[in-house]
Each structure stands twice: as structure tokens, then as C-alpha cells.
Write a protein that binds this ligand. Structure first.
Ligand code: SF4
Length: 401
């Protein structure tokens, strides 16, 4: 596992680096030498290392200081999270990013509400916790919008070796040690009735790694605001299809500015084109050329409209002429080759019959219906297609039906 840690030199970061290395991960880390609010810098880091997992720890965390530097907390904690997520997705779309939020987002919790659960309402009570709520929203947005794998954790207080002296427990311990040096046995403190749960930082980093490696998230693919049926379908096919072809993605959603029924139709066409789903027939049609003397696009539209009624999975080829019919329809279950006066119908790689052009489509569907009624049996194919000229010569000799 290639793991990148932002804030790797901080209190938690140092423990996480050690734990991941002990666990056999390949680890890289960035800290203050890289500004998480610099999008270009983040892209460079992620493109260079291409992590499978990112642990985003880099943040301003001191609650007290957040009151005087609220905008800086927003910049680092919110904008920084956005740029880290963007860079992680651009580098490795299937990677997982663990976002470290905070239990501070729950604000002041009443005794009767304990123990709180993760769906407890957020009530940030200071600029630090507000920035963490916003950072979570950024993470939710990218997960929803582009299916990015994101985990959000809200750790409670933790302590352990190496924590800065401006945090409560190290501060108290430090003052106790100083008092002892001075020969004193007491230190002045504030309200001692406050109760807090503390986790050992070494347990916390173990939990982070377990979560990042074990939580299975489906990767959802989609191109938002893709456009009209024509342009949007192309964009979706390119965007979604490219990732699917590489084995990336678990679910897809096509979004078009059109009648909503067009969206699943386009989605299934993408899946069918990649051979990932069978649903209804697949039609292929030749691109037409100077030999097309029937208007293959009109023929194809008529066939496509009638095929839309069929739930069965089979393939039909529509060709503009009989010259390349045997070859181009060779792999389809059925095919037709149009002509000015007569056309040919192919079935499973062989010429089936020659018919008058005005009944070509009706005859094709008669054959398809008969085949479906007979159980959709696919006969064994010839190992090699016959040369086109030979097939043509044979086809011309077929009597017109
Ligand atoms: S099937 Fe005929 S009309 Fe269609 S592209 Fe091939 S040669 Fe041209």
C-alpha cells in the first residue's frame, strides 16, 4: 500500500508514519514545506507519488488560536482539504482519502445526550470546529459528485509521546514537573469537574490504517452537467467508459439535460458497448460509403426503433450494401445488407435469404422472432468467413423470396 500523509511531522503524523512503515506500507509525507492550499504544489506531490491511500492530517488545530485567526483556519482546513482531495483524485481516481475531522464539531454536549453517535447533530462552537464541518462538506461533495472514496473520522482527544506543550495534558504534566523542580507540591488549575475521554495516539493511528484498508466503498462514476442527449452521451461515454474500460468503477450515473428516460438508456448503452451488461439487443451499423445505395442511416433508425421493443440480448448488423455483408455482419446474430431493389438477410454468419428491399426489415424481424421463439439457439460458426467475392457470388445465386 502506498500511503501519503499530509502533516506527517505533526504529533499524530509522526506516529502514523511509524505505524504504517512497521505495517509494511510504502510511506511518503509532506508537512510545512508544502502548502496544502497551493493546488499546483499538491498536484505535483500526488502525481509524483500516486498514493493508494492519503491520510489528510494537515490542519490548524488549536481551538484557542482559531478565535484570532478564523480566516486562516478556513483557508488551511477547508481550502486545503479541497486541494488535497482534488490532487488525490487526479492522481489515482480509485484511491482512498481519510479526512481527519474532529469530535469538536459536536460542540457542547449535554450529559443526557451521551454517548453520542456519528449522526448526532453538528453544533460547532468555535472557528476551528466550524472549519472542520466545512471540510467535511467538501469531502461529502467530492464523494457525491465524482464518486471519490473518502472516509471521514472524528477523533476525540488523544494524547501520547510527542504532543505539544500547549495541549491540556502535556501542559499540566509540564507544570507539575516544573513545580516539583521548585519543590512545590501544588499547581493552580481551573475547573476540575470537566471530564474528557482521551485515546492513546498509537491506538488512533492503528484505527486510521484499519479503516483505510478495510472499509469497502463502491466507486460511483458520473459526468455531471454533461449536456444534451447528443453531447452529454458522448461526454459520458468517454468519461465513464474510459474508467470502466480500465476496471475502475462500481456504479454509474448518466446525467443529461433531457427526458430522464434517456439517462438509463445511455448508461446501458455504455455498459453494453463494454460488454459489462446484457440488456436488450445491440445494433451495429456500417458507416456508409459510396457503395451505400439504400441510405443505411434510415435503415438503421428503423431497425433500432423496432429493436427497442425486445428485452432479449442479441446483436444485429445493418449494412448499406451486400459487398461487405458477409464480413461485417459475420459476428452478429442477424444482419441485413440493403440494396436498391433487393437486400440480404444474414443469420449467425451465413446468408439466409434474398428479399425485395421493401420487405427487408419485416423479413429480418420475422427471422428474429422465429429464432427467439425457437429458444435463441446459436449454431456453430464457420471458422473463417468466406471471401467477400465468393459470398457475393453465392448470394446472387439465391432465388428471390
Ligand atoms: S457495408 Fe457497404 S455501404 Fe456499408 S460501409 Fe461497407 S461497403 Fe460501404
Amino acid at each position: 500500500m502506498r500511503a501519503l500523509i499530509t502533516g506527517s511531522q505533526g504529533f499524530v503524523g509522526r506516529h502514523l508514519v511509524a505505524h504504517l512503515r512497521e505495517s509494511g506500507d510504502e510511506v511518503d509525507g509532506i508537512d510545512r514545506e508544502r502548502d496544502v492550499t497551493d493546488a499546483k504544489s499538491m498536484r505535483e506531490v500526488f502525481q509524483a507519488f500516486r498514493p493508494d491511500v492519503t491520510y489528510h492530517l494537515a490542519a490548524l488545530t488549536h481551538v484557542g488560536e482559531s478565535w484570532d485567526h478564523a480566516s486562516e483556519f478556513t483557508r488551511v482546513n477547508v481550502v486545503g482539504t479541497q486541494y488535497v482531495l482534488d490532487a488525490a483524485f487526479e492522481a489515482v481516481p480509485t484511491s482512498t482519502t481519510l479526512i481527519v475531522s474532529s469530535s469538536e464539531i459536536y460542540g457542547v454536549v449535554r450529559e443526557e445526550d451521551l454517548p453520542i453517535r456519528e449522526n448526532f447533530r453538528a453544533a460547532p462552537a468555535n472557528p476551528y470546529s466550524s472549519s472542520k464541518v466545512e471540510a467535511e462538506r467538501v469531502a461529502h461533495d467530492v464523494a457525491r459528485r465524482r464518486g471519490q472514496r473518502v472516509l471521514i473520522v472524528r477523533p476525540f482527544n488523544h494524547l501520547g509521546p510527542g504532543q505539544a506543550l500547549n495541549f491540556v495534558v502535556p501542559a499540566l504534566v509540564s507544570r507539575l514537573l516544573e513545580a516539583r523542580e521548585r519543590g512545590e507540591s501544588e499547581i493552580p488549575v481551573g475547573d476540575l469537574s470537566t471530564r474528557r475521554d482521551f485515546s492513546d495516539v498509537r491506538d488512533v493511528v492503528r484505527a486510521y490504517r484499519l479503516l483505510a484498508s478495510k472499509v469497502p466503498y463502491p466507486l460511483h462514476l458520473g459526468v455531471t452537467e454533461a449536456g444534451t442527449v447528443f453531447a452529454g452521451s458522448i461526454k459520458s461515454a468517454v468519461g465513464i467508459g474510459t474508467l470502466l474500460a480500465e476496471g475502475i468503477g462500481d456504479t454509474i450515473r448518466v446525467s443529461l439535460s433531457a427526458d430522464p428516460v434517456e439517462e438509463p438508456k445511455t448508461a446501458f448503452e455504455i455498459l453494453k458497448a463494454l460488454g459489462l451488461r446484457e440488456r436488450g439487443p445491440v445494433m451495429i451499423a456500417c458507416p456508409s460509403c459510396g457503395r451505400d445505395n439504400v441510405g443505411v442511416h434510415t435503415l438503421a433508425e428503423q431497425v433500432e426503433t423496432r429493436l427497442a421493443e425486445y428485452p432479449q440480448a442479441f446483436e444485429v448488423a445493418v449494412l448499406g450494401c451486400a459487398v461487405n455483408g458477409p464480413g461485417e455482419s459475420g459476428d452478429a446474430d442477424f444482419g441485413i445488407a440493403g440494396g436498391r431493389d433487393v437486400g440480404f438477410i444474414y443469420a449467425h454468419g451465413r446468408v439466409l435469404k434474398k428479399v425485395s428491399s421493401d420487405i427487408l426489415i419485416d423479413e429480418l424481424f420475422f427471422e428474429i422472432d422465429s429464432w427467439i421463439a425457437g429458444g435463441m439457439h446459436r449454431p456453430k460458426r464457420l471458422k473463417m468467413a468466406k471471401p467477400a467475392a465468393l459470398a457475393m457470388a453465392e448470394a446472387s445465386a439465391i432465388p428471390l423470396k
